[in-house]
Design a binder for this molecule. Structure first.
Ligand SMILES: Nc1ncnc2c1ncn2[C@@H]1O[C@H](COP(=O)(O)OP(=O)(O)OP(=O)(O)O)[C@@H](O)[C@H]1O
Ligand SMILES: [Mg+2]
Length: 637
């Protein structure tokens, strides 16, 4: 090994010192300089120049206190820094200093005492300009506290965190508003308390956290519980929070209260359903109305023929029996078309103000017989029930239809209750005083998928020949034509309740419309106005049987000409006719020309009927002989 001479070693040392000096002098990010034991600056590097703005010659030989703010200098901070460095072996602090140009900067300062042979020879001072870093971290602080304010201030969302086990670790104003807990009450509690008992038992809270961990997110809408025990419809998002290493720190949970939105949504859906329902029923109504109208005319022809056939049959037993069965079938057909027309709301109605208690009791026997002995019929009508204005025959038919349905739903027996009470309704369509007539059974109930269809014409679950599916269509048509509603409520296995709501009528006297049947034979000439020749033929037959002579014309124009010719005692006209003038127009014209001439109108279907009001007597098609007789006899003369 080569031993270096002392000269060489000295040279090496000098070289290393020179390099070190260059290093220190060249550092620009730190001000590195020395102080003597009382604080006089003895050297100065590039960093010091850059940070503080002074050249070496401007500061070397001066006290380092010159870099302090005047107030700090007066307070003796520079001296204290040196004292601390000497006592503790190091002084370490951050503080504001002044540059040469008078601007301030935030300095991070370290002062180390330097000893040589245990004697203090001065201090090494290292200063960094940390203004930028400080302002960046201030900005971070500020943005963090802004964020905190933001989260705390949000009231529309509950924003809070859970630890990995589901314990609530913080809480915002939205959480308080939506769920009702203050932060003190809820922080430290498990979040499962926001779930219903059933959900807790089913383990849904734990499942939500598990799915959030597995899928990186969990999202759900469902019922949650507030502090006061009430429920709200919540939209929930749970995000797992992890550190850089991927370790689970907890969960961020965002909950919104969508109860109102959900209610609005449901209401909207309900309105849309109702609208679709009423459009469907309207369309069906148009169709059935048209069919029933044509069918009525056919029945008229058959009815008209029956009386002729009866005469022809004479004493022939087979002939009489055949005619009787035709007659029975015609009645059944007439009853069916009436149901259809009521559903289509094209029935000619004969509204009267009725006393419900009286009406219901008057058909009690019929209903009792209808339900049979296995079913108990209970009638419960409030004694001060309000009067309603309805077609009495339609009302009775509707009630019987409901009671028969109830019976059919209770093959093993049970009870059906007819209850009538006064109610106030307050929804958009129907408002004010109503009478509610409920028909409640203890039967099998109606499955949900069937429930929506029960009012449809021809919908039936009964076997072929057992039901036509028109019963409830009639009930529906009747209720709506009377300005009311019908609703159904059913529970499988428990029973069904149909409720007809009818508007209350003004407290006018209830008039009873029952007349004695006048069956005197008619006389005189009837002008028959009817566009359908077959119907005209049938009607002529009936009129002649009643003792009238008949003149037939096919339209209003001819009718007026016929009246001009005189010799007419009664006009009997169909309402619906082709041509410029319908039966109603004709009746009005006649009233002008011959106010004393009695007029009877007939229709099975007419909206014009409503316009006619009570100006004219109207006969409902198809009619029986005795009905025609009575209508003609009843005409004001
Ligand atoms: N009280 C009730 N309980 C259970 N189901 C009922 C009840 N009322 C009606 N329904 C169901 O509604 C359907 C339609 O009733 P609707 O009265 O319109 O016709 P229907 O009784 O079948 O025949 P019909 O024309 O002879 O009355 C029935 O077939 C039955 O399925
Ligand atoms: Mg029925």
């Amino acid at each position: 090994m080569v031993r270096k001479s002392k000269l060489d070693r000295d040279r090496d040392l000098a070289e290393s010192e020179r390099r070190f000096r260059l290093l220190v002098e060249g550092v620009v990010d730190y001000a590195i300089y020395m102080l003597d034991p009382v604080g006089i600056i003895t050297n100065w590097n590039a960093g010091a120049k850059r940070i503080k703005g002074y050249q070496a010659r401007e500061v070397v030989g001066k006290h380092f206190g010159m870099f302090y703010l005047p107030e700090d200098r007066e307070a003796g901070l520079p001296q204290r820094a040196l004292e601390i460095a000497r006592e503790k072996g190091k002084f370490d602090a951050e503080g504001w200093r002044i540059r040469k140009d008078g601007t301030k900067f935030l300095a991070s300062v370290v002062i180390d005492p330097i000893y040589e042979k245990r004697k203090l020879i001065g201090f090494a001072k290292i200063t960094r300009d940390i203004t930028e870093r400080a302002s960046a971290s201030n900005a971070l602080d500020a943005s963090e506290s802004n964020f905190q304010l933001l989260v705390n201030g949000v009231t529309d969302y509950a924003l809070y965190m859970l630890d990995p086990n589901g314990i609530v670790t913080n809480w915002n104003a939205g959480g308080q508003r939506i769920k009702g807990y203050t932060p003190e009450e809820i922080i430290g509690q498990h979040f499962s308390r926001f779930y219903s008992d059933a959900d807790q038992t089913a383990g849904r809270p734990a499942r939500a956290l598990r799915l959030a961990v597995e899928n990186g997110r969990y999202e759900e809408d469902g019922w949650r519980v507030r502090k006061d025990g009430t429920f709200f419809w919540a939209s929930v998002i749970i995000d797992p929070i992890r550190d850089e290493a991927g370790k689970l720190l907890g969960f961020a949970k965002i909950t919104r209260d969508l109860t109102e939105r959900r209610e609005t949504q449901l209401k909207l859906e309900k309105i849309q359903r109702q609208l679709a329902e009423s459009q469907k029923l309207d369309a069906l109504g148009q169709l059935t109305g048209g069919v029933a109208h044509d069918f009525n005319n056919l029945l008229m022809v058959i009815t008209g023929g029956i009386h002729t056939l009866k005469k022809l049959a004479g004493d022939d037993r087979n002939g009489v029996r055949a005619v009787q069965s035709i007659e029975a079938a015609t009645h059944r057909g007439a009853a069916l078309t009436r149901q259809l027309l009521t559903f289509a709301r094209r029935q000619s109605v004969n509204p009267q103000t009725i006393d419900l208690a009286h009406r219901i009791h008057s058909i009690r026997d019929v209903m009792d017989m209808g339900v049979g002995s296995a079913v108990q019929l209970i009638i419960d009508v409030d004694h001060n029930i309000w009067p309603v204005t309805v077609d009495p025959a339609e009302f009775e038919t509707a009630l019987v239809n409901l009671v028969i349905n109830a019976r059919d739903a209770m093959p093993g027996g049970g009870s059906v209750t007819i209850q009538a009470s006064n109610v106030r309704i307050d929804d958009e369509e129907h408002q004010g005083d109503h009478v509610a007539i409920k028909v409640r059974d203890t039967g099998v109930g109606i499955p949900p998928d069937v429930l929506a269809k029960v009012f449809d014409p021809f919908f039936t679950t009964k076997g072929v020949g057992k039901g036509t599916g028109l019963g409830l269509s009639q009930v529906h048509g009747f209720a709506h034509q009377a300005g009311g509603t019908v609703t159904v409520d059913s529970r499988l296995g428990e029973g069904t309740t149909f409720t007809i709501c009818l508007p209350r009528m003004g407290q006018s006297e209830t008039k009873t419309a029952e007349h004695d049947v006048k069956s005197a034979l008619g006389s005189g000439t009837v002008l028959l106005v009817e566009d359908n020749p077959d119907v005209a033929f049938a009607s002529t037959g009936l009129l002649e049987q009643l003792g009238y002579s008949v003149r037939w014309v096919a339209d209003a124009h001819s009718a007026l000409q016929e009246i001009e010719r005189d010799g007419i005692d009664v006009v009997f006209s169909d309402i619906v006719m082709p041509g410029k003038m319908d039966g109603l127009g004709l009746a009005r014209a006649i009233k002008q020309l011959r106010p004393a001439l009695p007029i009877l109108l007939a229709t099975g279907y007419s909206e014009a009927l409503l316009k006619a009001g009570s100006d004219f007597s109207i006969l409902r098609k198809p009619f029986q002989l005795h009905e025609l007789s009575r209508a003609l006899a009843d005409l004001p003369r």
